[in-house]
Design a binder for this molecule. Sequence first.
Ligand SMILES: [Zn+2]
Length: 626
Amino acid sequence: MSSTPDPRRRLAAAFLLEAAAWLLPAAVFLWIYTNRLGATSAAVLPHLKVVVALATTTVLLRGALHALGGRKAAAFGGALVTATVLSGLWLYYVTAVVGFSAWGYLVSWGLISTYVAQAPYMMEVLGPTTVYAAGALVLGVFLVLLAVIQALYRRGDWLPRASGRLNPLVIATGAVAACLLLALFGWRYNEFPPTPEGEPLALSFWPDSFARKFQSNLRPQGRQLIDKERAARAAYGNVQRRLGANVILIVSDGLRARNMHVYGYGRPTTPFLSQMVETGSAVRVPRIHSVCSESACGLLAIASSRYIHQFVDQPLTLPEVLRMHGYEAHMVLGGDHTNFYGLREMYGAVDSYFDGTMSRRGYANDDANVVAALKRLKTHSTQGNFIQIHLMSSHLLGRRMAPSRFGEEQNYFAMVHGKFEPSEQERQRYVNFYDGGVLQADQTIRELLDVLRSKGLMDDALVVATADHGEFVGERGLFSHAKGVFGEVLDIPLILMTSGKAAPLRIDERRLASQVDIAPTVLSQLGMPIPATWSGMPLQSRATPVERQVYFKQNAEFGLIERNQDGRTWKYWIDAVSGEEFAFDLDSDLLETRNRAAEIDPADRKRFRMTLLPLEVNVRESLSLR
Ligand SMILES: [Zn+2]
C-alpha cells in the first residue's frame, strides 16, 4: 500500500533537489579551488552569487515558458534551459580543475575559443579517439541530464505548483523585481568584476587581471618593487644609445637539457646544435636552471632577468631596453602567448608581433607557421634587430612534422595528471616521442638560422637558444611540466653563438647559471649597461667569485641551488604545504635520487632556511597587497 505523499513535502523535495543540482557541484568546486588550487576564501561568496544569479535566470525563463506554453512543452523547454546552463557550469568546473593542475592557470575564455576553433588540429596531435571520446562524454552527460530533468519536471515541477498558490500580481511583481536585480547584478559584475577576490568565472573572463593576481606562481606587487622599477626605467633612459649586433633569442618550449645530445645524451637528438658546439661556432653553458617549471614565469624570467619573488607588473624587459638603444623588436612566437601565457602585454611595445593564434588557417602550435612568419618578417635594417622566437616542437601539444626517428612513439598527454607507473616498454614509447620533438626543435633552429641568413640578419648576430622550462618524461611517475622542481623540469639548455662581424663570445664555465642570466649576458655582449633591477649576471664575466645562489619556485615548492667556496653544489627546497625538506648533492647525485635533507650540515640547513624565509615571506606578504 502506498500512501499519498504530502504535496507540500513533494514540492519542497523537488525544489531542494533542483537547488542541490546548482549548489552541490559549486560547493565541491569551491572546496577544491580554495583547498587545492590556492584560492582564498574571499572567492567563495562572489562565486556563489554568480551561481544563484544563473539559477534565478533559468527559473525566470522556465516561468516564462510555463506562462506561454502547455505543460509538456514547458517541461521540455525548461529542462533544455536548465540542462544547458547546468552542464555548461559543470563543464567549466572540470575544465578549470584539469587546466589548473596541468599548467597552473585558470582556463580563460580566449583560450577555450582558440582551442575549440583548433579542434581539427588538436585531433591530429592528440589522436581522433581522444577528441571524439571527450566530445561523446560531454554530449552523453548533457543528454542524460536533459532526460532526468525533463522526467522530474513532468512528474512534479515545483515552479508551476508554487506559483499556482500565489496571486498573479505577486508573481508578476516578483518576476519584474528579479529581472531588475539580475540586470543590476550583471551590470555590476561587468563594471567591477570580482577578480581581486579571485572569483573564478571573472578571472576566466578577464585573464589579464588574473595573470597579475593569481597564478600558481604569484607575482608580488610590493610598492617598493614598483618604485624601484620606475627608478630603474628612468635611469636607463639616460644611458648612451648604441646600436649593435642583431639579437636572436630562440626559446623552445619544454626542452630539457638532459635529452639533448649536445648536453651528453646518447641519442643524436641535436645534430645541428652539437655540430655548432663541436666546431667552436657556439658555446654551451654547462649547467643552467629555470626559475620555475612552467611557461609564463620562465619566459618572464628570461625577459626581465629576475626570480619569481621579484616579479613586478610591467618590468623593464630585454626588448624594451634594446628599443631604448634604437633596436627594433620583433616577436615570432609559436603557441598561444595571447590567451595562454598572458604574456603579450608583458612583452610591451614591439615593432611586430606574431603568435600561434594569428595563424588562422593553421594549428597554433605548428612550428612550420613560425618559420613562415619569420620568412615574411620585414625589418628596416639588417642591424639592430631583436627577434624573439618561440618553438613548440618539443612541447607535447606541438605539431610533429614526421614520425619520431627513435622508434615506436606515443604522446603522453593522457598522463599529464597524477602519477603513473608505465611499463618499461610504454615508457620507452613516450621517450621516443619526446626525443622526436627535441630533434624537430634542433632542425627547426637550423631552418630559422637559414632564413635569417638569407635576409642578411646573420651578418652581425648573437643567437641565444634556450628553453622556458624542462619536462618530465616518466621520471618519478610524472609527465609534462608545471609541477615539481626536480632537475627534469628545471635543467634547461643555453647555447650561445655569434655570427659574422659580432665579437666572439666566451663564458665562465665554472659558474652556476640561471635563466635570469640570459638577458644580462646579451647586454654585456653588446657592451650595454645592465638595468639596476635585473638579478642575473653576465655569464662572460670571470671577475665575480664562483660562489652563488640561484632560486626557483613552483607551486608550494621554494628553493635554491648553491655553489659554495669549495665549488660544491647543493640543491635545497622546502614544500611550504607539507613542510617537507629536500636536499641533493648535485656533484655526486646530479639526477637527484637521494634526498639528504636529514644528513646535511646543520649550518648549511640554517643558511638555506635563512635565505629562503625572507623570499617566501616576500611572496606571502605581497598577497595581501592589492
Ligand atoms: Zn612552456
